[in-house]
Ligand binder design. Structure first.
Ligand code: SAM
Length: 248
């Protein structure tokens, strides 16, 4: 998969893209990342990429022409179908389903906004999708682009050492992941649940699903409606509600 990122601050990506899973995915050629400095696509002597908003108001708006030029540059070089995504707090919120969809693409361009955002014509004429990483406003799209790339990278077959960890992650099924423990068995009197050390895989599996149900019920009850629970899981959920003193 190839990801082209358009940004005014491409050096921000250095650290995060040179560590861990993203680094490994790049080294294995599962992921190719190309950074483009938008300023290089401004044509005036001052390399202007922003201007004041028509109608007045606070801040500056990113101009459409440099974005148009950099997109053409990437598309001409690639000559393949490319999905163009604008990072924006006004977009659809990224979730695991969207990450699974994105990772099916061979080529993606991520546009990072800055200032008050981009000239609306970028949205109207130049992009396929607008993506947000949550209901809050960041100062720029760079960190959002890193989040999108990270979420996609771990889904690329071969990027994560043990594929099971991706399959069992939170949201792979709309449930939060179960609790994990490692050595020591006891620390400051805090013990690892006995069942996880029993070696009984059926019991461990049952404990983990119950733990997922409990965590989801406590932190993200909205997910349970979409979780498509089996009859047994529904029964366990009712039992958990009783122990937590919640009404069913
Ligand atoms: N005035 C804009 C608005 O309210 O929609 C916000 C502009 S924000 C300060 C500058 C840039 O940061 C945006 O163009 C976008 O690229 C990025 N950004 C901010 N919040 C984001 C979010 N939640 N998800 C993705 N990108 C975000």
């Amino acid at each position: 998969m190839r990801v082209d990122i358009i940004s005014l601050f491409p050096s921000m990506f250095k650290g995060p893209f040179e560590e861990s899973i993203i680094k490994r995915a790049r080294e294995k050629s599962l992921l190719e990342i190309h950074l483009h400095n938008l300023r290089e696509f401004a044509t005036d002597t001052h390399r202007t990429v922003d201007d004041t908003p028509f109608g007045g108001g606070a801040g500056m708006v990113m101009k459409v022409e440099p974005i148009y030029r950099v997109l053409n540059y990437i598309k001409e070089n690639l000559k393949k179908r490319i999905k163009v995504v604008l990072l924006s707090p006004q977009g659809k919120t990224l979730n695991q389903d969207i990450a699974f969809e994105l990772v099916k693409e061979e080529n993606i361009i991520l546009i990072c906004g800055r200032y008050e955002g981009v000239d609306e014509r970028v949205r109207e004429y130049l992009i396929d999708e607008e993506l947000s990483i949550g209901d809050y406003v960041l100062s720029g799209g760079e960190i959002a682009a890193m989040v999108v790339v990270d979420a996609m990278a771990r889904l690329l077959p071969g990027a994560v050492g043990d594929e099971r960890s991706v399959k069992e992650d939170s949201f792979s099924r709309p449930l939060l992941d179960y609790a994990q423990y490692t050595r020591p068995v006891e620390f400051m009197g805090w013990k690892v649940p006995e069942v996880l050390r029993s070696g009984n895989h059926q019991k461990i599996g049952e404990w983990r699903i119950k733990n997922m149900l409990k965590k989801t019920l406590r932190n993200r009850p909205d997910l349970l409606e979409k979780a498509n629970l089996t009859l047994e899981e529904k029964r366990w959920l009712e039992e958990i509600k009783k122990t937590l003193n919640l009404n069913s």
